[in-house]
Write a protein that binds this ligand. Structure first.
Ligand code: UDP
Ligand code: MG
Length: 136
């Protein structure tokens, strides 16, 4: 039975700055993800605050939003069977120190805040996050 899903991926400023966009896209493609849409943008801090609103009570919220709006990012719609969980697995743990070998955060992440990629954490949030960046 087919269970094709879409999820939102972001290549964060630390990775775009290090010119890792194409390398990371190739990893997704080599793992069977289709990049349905993608664009390189820079967002305002207010937009980052909206995007990460779920974290507004966390101590890292302000720095996180400053960071996400600090430079260009690449936002992508990825599609694959079970894309949401598959992308989370391929990204690895939030803290690159805890991420397993073969994951993007293990390979490229600098620190818990500069961890190179974002990925939706549920099917519902994937729909919300795709709508946030790609309004048809
Ligand atoms: N983050 C941080 N400090 C923390 C936890 C998270 O700077 O102690 C940042 C990190 O960039 C992370 C983002 O906040 O990717 C969102 O946190 P979440 O727990 O949702 O992690 P993710 O879903 O990205 O793995
Ligand atoms: Mg998250």
């Amino acid at each position: 039975m087919s269970n094709v899903e879409q999820t939102l991926s972001i290549i964060k400023p630390d990775a775009v700055e290090r010119k890792l966009e194409n390398e990371i896209k190739e990893i997704f493609k080599s793992k069977g993800f289709k990049i349905i849409k993608d664009k390189k943008i820079q967002i305002e801090k207010a937009e980052a605050e909206k995007f990460y609103k779920v974290h507004e009570t966390k101590p890292f919220y302000n720095d996180l939003c400053t960071y996400l709006s600090s430079g260009p990012i690449v936002v992508m719609i990825l599609e694959k069977e079970n894309a949401v969980v598959g992308n989370r697995e391929l990204m690895g743990a939030t803290n690159p120190k805890d991420a397993k070998d073969g994951t993007i955060r293990k390979k490229y992440g600098i620190s818990i805040d500069k961890n190179s990629v974002h990925g939706s954490d549920s099917i519902d949030n994937a729909k919300i996050e795709i709508g946030f960046f790609f309004k048809d």
